[in-house]
Design a protein around this ligand. Structure first.
Ligand SMILES: *[C@@H]1O[C@H](CO)[C@@H](O)[C@H](O)[C@H]1NC(C)=O
Ligand SMILES: *[C@@H]1O[C@H](CO)[C@@H](O)[C@H](O)[C@H]1NC(C)=O
Ligand SMILES: *[C@@H]1O[C@H](CO)[C@@H](O)[C@H](O)[C@H]1NC(C)=O
Ligand SMILES: *[C@@H]1O[C@H](CO)[C@@H](O)[C@H](O)[C@H]1NC(C)=O
Ligand SMILES: *[C@@H]1O[C@H](CO)[C@@H](O)[C@H](O)[C@H]1NC(C)=O
Ligand SMILES: *[C@@H]1O[C@H](CO)[C@@H](O)[C@H](O)[C@H]1NC(C)=O
Ligand SMILES: *[C@@H]1O[C@H](CO)[C@@H](O)[C@H](O)[C@H]1NC(C)=O
Ligand SMILES: *[C@@H]1O[C@H](CO)[C@@H](O)[C@H](O)[C@H]1NC(C)=O
Length: 460
């Protein structure tokens, strides 16, 4: 990592220079090398992967059947072996039918029984009525990579639009780096000196506000615990979870780990009110904190932070997982964000310095493209579907609002994977021009490079 002082210089330089579009600093060959791919192998000391041999059953949540009729705010929860009905006394007569109920045997063996005849449902669950009776694990959703990092004129941003706009537009998985600083969880990119999007609690509060306004939606949040190696664990996150108000929405699975076919339907989750699924990549502990799920016993990821348009659909994490296990039990994230690796070492002369990865915004329209053409999201989704016999559960992208043939392309890809038609407006609540994103970020990238040069000159 860069010494703190150097980051601070960069930050200062970025903030003062990012708006300068006529930046005169020339970038020499040495400075633009950026040759190394900073993808680490994710198996160093500190990385702990839970084994997923065996499964335990969380008895309190088993054998619950939920069917119901609900109006816009109705929620219901039932006890064991009961059929809970949320009755609607007023206007709406929307039927949200839970579908199959899950019963579990003594050692967690699952079997499915079908509940009463399904009514025709017209309420959209995550924007599509068809999804209400589909399992959470059987739906492809768009994931906004580093959702909170939508800071204007910062090259380390991953998004242009805010979390609220992301959710309004149809993004249903939020994800992001978090750092434990001053006994508080912050949403920061690489370092809080480079990009600080505020406390994680404030991010959760934004999500809670949205959930209150949108009672028929299920949202997933993947916590990237950046300080796992220093001992930050899930318990460092519980205070923010409790204080933000999101705790009441957090889904606790029936099985630990819960296999792909064992997930409830979106309708069941919505009726039970447990419609936020929170995962953590490292140092989750479902015994202590049952509402934050261990990521890699539930899903795998394709190579993270690629700098290569090939976007292979191979399993990178959890390392060592067999194809058979992944096929049978795991959901998966297709990482489809293209990066520039800025080789800090080439600039500072410090061979041990890490590269930093920032979104390659100049080609983001192609990367997010809906078509089945080389390097585009449409191609990755199709190729992954062939390789794993089902589409990705999550499509992780930067600047989700930009794409070809136009804004919303990433949602077209998800809709195709889901067998539904995308016909919503995209993107952003205001009339902000999506096309403005890339040039702006590119200027910012130049400013970052200039800042690094600037900082090195000053420190030599
Ligand atoms: C339906 O909505 C009304 C307000 O419009 C609310 O008072 C009532 O509690 C809701 N029904 C349920 C079952 O929550
Ligand atoms: C546990 O499940 C396995 C596999 O289905 C079965 O063979 C075994 O008999 C079960 N054990 C108990 C105690 O139910
Ligand atoms: C959902 O499950 C069906 C049946 O296994 C499968 O054909 C389809 O590809 C799955 N879709 C997603 C998005 O997982
Ligand atoms: C942590 O505290 C130090 C000392 O007060 C302060 O300089 C720094 O900005 C704080 N970090 C964050 C991310 O707020
Ligand atoms: C996590 O929080 C605990 C207190 O709950 C604290 O002692 C510990 O230092 C924190 N972890 C890190 C890495 O700071
Ligand atoms: C991209 O990855 C593919 C497959 O791993 C490899 O064959 C190709 O050389 C890579 N391209 C670059 C520019 O590194
Ligand atoms: C992608 O966007 C860039 C910059 O906005 C533009 O120059 C380029 O022509 C676009 N590519 C395509 C294939 O439309
Ligand atoms: C996806 O598959 C097609 C053919 O099946 C291939 O032409 C293409 O290069 C593959 N990869 C990407 C990234 O498009």
């Amino acid at each position: 990592m860069l010494p703190g002082a150097l980051w601070l210089l960069c930050l200062a330089a970025i903030s003062t220079r990012a708006l300068d579009t006529t930046d005169a600093v020339s970038l020499t060959g040495t400075l633009t090398t950026a040759s190394t791919v900073a993808t680490s192998d994710f198996t160093g000391s500190g990385y702990t992967y839970l084994t997923s041999t065996g499964q335990r059953t969380v008895s309190t949540l088993a054998t619950t059947v939920l069917t119901g009729t609900m109006n816009e705010t109705a929620t219901s929860s039932g006890g064991s072996d009961s059929q809970a009905t949320a009755s609607s006394a007023s206007q709406s007569v929307t039927a949200l039918v839970g579908g199959a109920a899950t019963t579990s045997g003594a050692n967690g063996t699952a079997s499915s029984t079908t509940s009463s005849a399904l009514a025709v449902n017209t309420a959209p669950c995550n924007n599509y009525p068809e999804f209400c009776n589909r399992k959470y694990s059987n739906i492809t959703e768009v994931c906004a990579h580093n959702s909170a990092f939508s800071i204007t004129n910062n090259a380390a941003s991953n998004q242009q639009l805010t979390i609220t706009q992301q959710l309004n537009d149809g993004v249903r998985m939020l994800q992001g780096e978090t750092h434990w600083v001053n006994n508080t969880v912050y949403s920061c990119h690489s370092s809080c000196d480079l990009l600080n999007a505020g406390t994680w609690q404030s991010e959760l509060e934004t999500i809670v506000s949205w959930l209150e306004q949108n009672p028929l939606d299920v949202v997933t949040f993947l916590i990237v615990n950046s300080n796992f190696a220093a001992g930050t664990t899930v318990t460092n996150y519980t205070a923010a979870i409790e204080a933000s108000g999101i705790r009441q929405y957090l889904y606790e699975p029936t099985y630990v780990p819960q296999h792909r076919e064992q997930w409830p339907t979106l309708g069941e989750m919505i009726l039970s009110g447990k419609r936020v699924v929170m995962f953590m990549d490292y140092n989750a502990d479902q015994t202590t904190v049952p509402y934050v799920l261990d990521e890699f016993t539930h899903m795998f990821e394709t190579p993270f932070s690629p700098t290569n348009q090939t976007f292979p659909c191979t399993l990178q994490r959890p390392p060592g997982a067999t194809t058979a296990h992944a096929e049978a039990n795991l959901m998966y994230i297709a990482n489809h964000n293209l990066n520039l690796a800025i080789d800090v070492g080439a600039i500072t002369g410090d061979a041990s310095a890490e590269s930093i990865l920032i979104p390659q915004t100049s080609t983001i329209n192609i990367t997010n493209g809906a078509e089945n053409q080389y390097g585009r999201l449409g191609a990755m989704s199709d190729n992954c579907t062939v390789e794993w016999n089902r589409p990705p559960t999550f499509l992780l992208v930067d600047y989700y609002n930009v794409g070809l043939p136009g804004p919303g392309s990433v949602f077209e890809v998800a809709a195709k994977a889901n067998g539904v038609t995308y016909n919503r407006q995209c993107c952003g609540a205001s009339s902000t021009s999506a096309a403005a994103a890339a040039p702006q970020a590119r200027r910012s990238y130049v400013a970052l490079m200039a800042a690094l040069v600037f900082a090195v000159v000053l420190t030599r």
